[in-house]
Design a protein around this ligand. Sequence first.
Ligand code: HEC
Length: 141
Amino acid sequence: MMGYGPNRQGLPASFSSNGQRIFLTGTSQSGNPITSRIGYMQMANGATSCADCHLQDGRGGSWRTAMGSFKVPNITYPVLTSKQEHEDGGRKHPPYTEATIKRAITQGVDPAGQPLQSPMPRWSMSNKDLTDLVEYLKNLR
Ligand code: HEC
């Protein structure tokens, strides 16, 4: 376990969709592994989830850990896709689209192609899981 952010108390007993499950647990109902990498650290299926850092409501926050403190941006859909400026470290970029959100998750770059800073992981998951996850992100407001 990475232990970033809050723990996973309050997870629902069952999930409303595969996308919700991936967001909250970092695992797919298909059983296909979802892995991620932060720098040189390779993380196994389920070792960390989006909600671990971005919180269950996707609104992020500021975390302080043994490894230092960091800010996690709000990734609710209206914030990602609106033109409003993001508060994260002055990266300026056009609004996200579905395609550039997927690219941010897997390749760790924003719509302008600028790298997302650690500890945002680079994720490996099937195209179906990635699509389900982005569909779920649309529910976060
Ligand atoms: C270990 C903590 C951590 C985890 C886990 C994590 N993120 Fe992030 N994420 C971050 C941080 C920190 C940033 C900001 C990076 C920056 O500003 O350069 C970020 C940035 C992003 C961005 C870009 C937002 C922007 O404003 O440009 C998206 C989209 C995103 N994360 C989605 C996800 C999704 C989806 C997952 C789960 C599959 C996830 N993240 C898991 C920490 C995390």
